[in-house]
Design a protein around this ligand. Structure first.
Ligand SMILES: [Zn+2]
Ligand SMILES: [Zn+2]
Length: 282
């Protein structure tokens, strides 16, 4: 059996789509109220991007399986909306879990940053007490094989830094670019070069173009920039991600309609949604 047979689909699932803070209010639930968490499932291994509050549901899903996959958790950066779900990720407390964590920080610093949100008086269980086997890796400006996928990390433009990822199974690719503000020439050129000819782009579209006028320097982009990157990089599908807490379902539908008018391959990220990048088998 070849690797391609074993893993026939490259698919991305959204467990949390919101930026800044969870907003589980009724008007938001069509898209979802949990903060950033995505996954690419490879059967015996799973690649997870960020540990916003959406990772809680993913953890329960993993524990319900007959066997726990090897867990590879990559961080874009460490703002709350990308780490706050980690203390509630149940595999962390499972003695048989093997969790490999990656970020731009050196291993000891990564451990310290994550442990820092699990100390008194903020959380009752100390990070030292997690039961799973944890491994920490620094991963920046480079490519490495993770869960059988080629993963490339690159810098985005965001206060206190954020990093994007291009993930490829050798045939198809997904680019994740969240917590990124367009308009910095170096970062835009890097993203454009790395994203070339990917199959799917997930992009920070927190603000409308009108809102952005009051938000320069806050580290986020708009649907218009998402569409521009997709077009210039020759990517057929773009998913608007990192929704603003103030954007309810009606607002997000209006944003999507506007974006689809300009670029029909636009979608809006929703909790529970899976995008399959590989064409269906015949
Ligand atoms: Zn964020
Ligand atoms: Zn951020």
């Amino acid at each position: 059996m070849t690797n391609a047979d074993k893993h026939p689909a490259l698919a991305l699932t959204f467990w949390g789509v919101r930026g800044s803070i969870p907003t589980p209010v009724a008007a938001n639930l069509g898209h979802g109220g949990n903060t950033a968490c995505l996954s690419i499932d490879r059967g015996d291994a799973i690649l997870i991007l960020d540990a916003g509050s959406g990772i809680r549901t993913l953890g329960r899903d993993l524990l319900a399986r007959p066997a726990l996959p090897e867990i590879h958790l990559l961080f874009t950066h460490f703002h709350w909306d990308h780490i706050q779900g980690l203390p509630f990720f149940e595999p962390l407390f499972h003695p048989e879990a093997r969790i490999v964590l990656y970020s731009f920080h050196p291993p000891e610093q990564l451990r310290a940053v994550l442990a820092g949100q699990m100390v008194a008086p903020y959380f009752p269980v100390d990070f030292q007490q997690v039961a799973g086997h944890l491994e920490f890796h620094q991963f920046e400006h480079s490519t490495r094989t993770i869960a059988g996928l080629a993963v490339q990390s690159f810098d985005l433009n965001h206060p206190q830094r954020s990093q994007g990822y291009r993930i490829s199974d050798g045939r198809h690719s997904i680019v994740i670019a969240t917590d990124h503000e367009h308009g910095a020439p170096d970062a835009d050129a890097r993203l454009n070069a790395i994203a070339q000819k990917a199959d799917l782009l997930v992009y920070d579209a927190q603000y409308t173009p009108q809102e952005y006028e009051q938000r320069h320097g806050w580290g986020h982009s708009t649907w218009r920039d998402a569409v521009t990157v997709a077009r210039e990089a020759g990517i057929p599908r773009v998913v608007l991600f990192h929704h603003d807490p103030a954007h309810d379902d009606d607002a997000l539908e209006a944003i999507l309609a506007e974006a689809q008018d300009v670029f029909p391959g636009t979608q809006s990220a929703r909790e529970g949604m899976t995008f399959c990048v590989t064409p269906p088998a015949h």
